[in-house]
Design a protein around this ligand. Sequence first.
Ligand code: ADP
Ligand code: MG
Length: 313
Amino acid sequence: MTANLLSVEHFTLRRRGVAVLDDVTIQLPAGQTLALIGESGAGKSTLAFAALGLLRPPEVGLEGRLMVGDIDVASAPEGELRALRGRRIGLIFQDASAALNPCFTVLAHLSEPLRRHRRLSRAACRARAIELLESVGIADPQARLAAFPHELSGGMQQRVMIAIALACEPELLIADEPTSALDVTIQAQIMVLILERVRALGASAIFVLHDLALAAQVADRVAVMYAGQIVEEGPAAEVLNHPQHPYTRGLRASAIEFGAERLEPIPGVVPPLSDMPGGCRFAPRCKLATTECGVGRPPRVERGASSIACWHA
Ligand SMILES: Nc1ncnc2c1ncn2[C@@H]1O[C@H](COP(=O)(O)OP(=O)(O)O)[C@@H](O)[C@H]1O
Ligand SMILES: [Mg+2]
């Protein structure tokens, strides 16, 4: 049996009483990649931040369990979480220009995790920094060490952030929309680079994406989120090619990359979290909805290797 690197079980996260994540269950085996997809506001980033232990009581209310390896993120001491972040989990954000500190050089950024977690000397940091920049495809790395973030292009900044995230060879990489701030022409390059580095380390990865075609290329598993709930989860090929939940089907029909002849947007909008329908949260927008959908929480149905939360699956 493969150990799960990430194990989320009936995990609910409330902000001021409102369930931003509602009864989320996901297992990610070590060495696999997961794409979290869904419309903006679905709770994807919230789940990513919760996995880093950045959202904890009393700021938010937590129920259920969220384990990274053997660490229970909700109850672990803060010191243990600090060791988790940057060392066992690497993080890549959407916008490198906001994540990098304008006052620090590339070398200073790369040295920080190496000194903190690996206790490397100044000379060793420098050598490792050059190696890391090379590994993310930065030409003439020695010359780049002294550069400040504003002296680098957007794509180059993103490569630096990838190098920082991978500096301590994490077991898990969380990449939250890692390419959506970049030009389309370099998005694929950067995605391929991240995937290649993750595979080289034998690490697991969570990619937060809203692009189904990208998910198909990088993920072993896909979890589809809608309004704080996982509506469908399973092997990428199954979920993306044979979606069973009406929401996943709707996403696919509205995705140009999947060769839809006529784009069919999903009608309506996500209701505010403070005013969610009692039963299935997608019911108000669903073509298949019947009265029971408005009443009871949909059961989780296992279909093949996927699970779907729907009364009509
Ligand atoms: N700091 C915050 N305070 C209150 N509500 C928040 C905060 N951050 C996010 N939210 C709300 O939580 C929900 C999920 O947001 P988020 O996780 O960012 O979604 P996604 O990443 O899928 O776009 C949204 O309704 C958002 O408005
Ligand atoms: Mg987000």
